[in-house]
Ligand binder design. Structure first.
Ligand SMILES: *Cc1c(COP(=O)(O)O)cnc(C)c1O
Length: 428
């Protein structure tokens, strides 16, 4: 009998990650996933960056269990709740105020990343009265129509069913290599009234492109982009849904770059527990919404308020956690560089920042084969990139050094197997 009968019979063919990892998971702790049969895997996917604090973190779990035991509100539309008040106070005190963003207000959008992007784009268009948005090559912002229009990915765009409009695509940092200044290129297009690029309401950008293949923007590029926004009166939206919440080594991915985005979207690891939760942060002057204009039944998730607040108190009230991310990011990078030197110094390279880091392979087939080999050896890891060619590490930030070492040994073995096969097939 087929073990996956229920899924294959009753679930839509839209399912995707399960195809790469054909087992039934039953439990999860920290950086570990456990199947129904009791086989354990190290999780280097972590909900595509949703489980920065790992699965079932004991501090977050206890906060949630206590809240439930006490009959705390689960759902309350966007009414004032005790849990929301604590989140607002804690997020402002622990995150916004110390980072010079104390005057940014918080909008609770629907609970997905895409919904917070929709809200951000809508607000930018409403405030400026303009409809065009600049987004970048290989950017990913979600799969609802507005967010999808800003997304580059062909596979997702192809499913839209309607024209994806009101977005001008511009080349991301280093898209044409190190010698082409893509900011100067944009400046020229925006300065020429007949360039054909309508004056935009905003620019939406990822500081590290998560789904796009771990392309990174430098501090200098981001500062120039911010200047460009000021010069052409465009709002700067940083989509920090994947790169935020500590992934790059600081709470926000842009923190050490000396920029102040007008609008910021956050979701994925914000609840800390894998609960659906998304917010939009923006300068107070931009808060021109009428009550309920961007509505939604699940705006703010009280359980997510509870776990997010616990995560902020536990991880972000001093710099210890950020330092540990930076150290582990360095460790992973060194191990990956070793793999590159050993198995393909001319065909492989490491890319990304902090604990958002991966190995670029010659093509998507090789990267997929490496992920398959890794899975057989007990590691859940996925690809990203314009050709799905990047083997991408998104492990929980709380992962132990022993687990990192074990995962890197697995990756090393997977690269050894696949890259040797490559050489053999080229020789024959
Ligand atoms: C995942 C992601 C989104 C979309 O979030 P969903 O919750 O899947 O809708 C948007 N932007 C970025 C950068 C993401 O990584």
């Amino acid at each position: 009998m087929n073990t996956f009968e229920q899924f294959e019979q009753h679930e839509s063919g839209i399912r995707s990650y399960c195809r790469s990892f054909p087992v039934v998971f039953k439990q999860a702790r920290g950086a570990e996933l456990i199947t129904r049969e009791g086989k354990s895997y190290i999780d280097f996917l972590a909900g595509a960056g949703t489980l920065n604090y790992g699965h079932n973190h004991p501090v977050l779990k206890k906060a949630l269990i206590d809240y439930l035991e006490n009959d705390g509100l689960t759902h309350g539309l966007d009414m004032y709740s005790d849990a929301k008040e604590r989140f607002l106070e804690t997020f402002h005190r622990v995150i916004l105020e110390p980072r010079g963003l104390g005057d940014h207000v918080i909008q609770f959008s629907g609970p997905t990343g895409a919904n917070s992007v929709e809200a951000a784009l809508k607000l930018a268009r409403k405030v400026t009265g303009r409809s065009n948005i600049i987004s970048f090559t290989n950017g990913f912002h979600g799969c609802t129509i507005g967010a999808l229009a800003a997304t580059g990915n062909q596979h997702h765009r192809g499913a839209a069913g309607v024209p994806l409009a009101e977005v001008s695509r511009m080349p991301y940092a280093n898209y044409f290599g190190k010698d082409v200044n893509t900011i100067a290129m944009m400046d020229k297009l925006l300065s020429d009234p007949s360039s054909g690029v309508d004056k935009p309401a905003a620019v939406i950008v990822e500081v590290v492109q998560g789904e796009g293949g771990l392309n990174t923007a430098s501090a200098e590029w981001m500062r120039k982009l911010e200047k460009l926004c000021r010069k052409h009166d465009m709002l700067l939206i940083v989509d920090d849904i994947q790169a935020g919440c500590g992934r790059t080594g600081s709470f926000f991915s842009f923190e050490e770059m000396g920029i102040k985005p007008d609008i910021i979207t956050l979701s994925k690891s914000l609840s800390g527990f894998g609960l659906p939760f998304a917010i939009v942060l923006f300068r107070r002057e931009l808060d021109q919404w009428e009550p309920g204009e961007h509505n939604g039944t699940f705006r703010g998730n009280n359980h997510a308020f509870v776990t997010a607040t616990a995560a902020l108190e536990h991880f972000w009230t001093n710099d210890e956690f950020a330092k540990s991310i930076q150290a582990k990011g360095k460790l992973i990078k060194e191990r990956m560089q070793k793999i590159v030197r050993k198995h393909g110094p001319d065909s492989l390279y490491v890319k990304g920042r902090g604990m958002m880091i991966g190995i670029n392979c010659p093509d998507g087939d090789i990267a997929a084969a490496i992920c398959r080999e890794a899975f057989e050896r007990g590691l859940v890891i996925e690809t990203s990139g314009n050709h799905s060619q990047v083997v991408k590490c998104l492990c929980p930030l709380i992962i132990s050094e022993e687990q990192i070492a074990k995962a890197m040994d697995i990756l090393d073995a997977a690269f050894a197997k696949v890259m040797t096969e490559q050489v053999d097939s080229q020789a024959s």
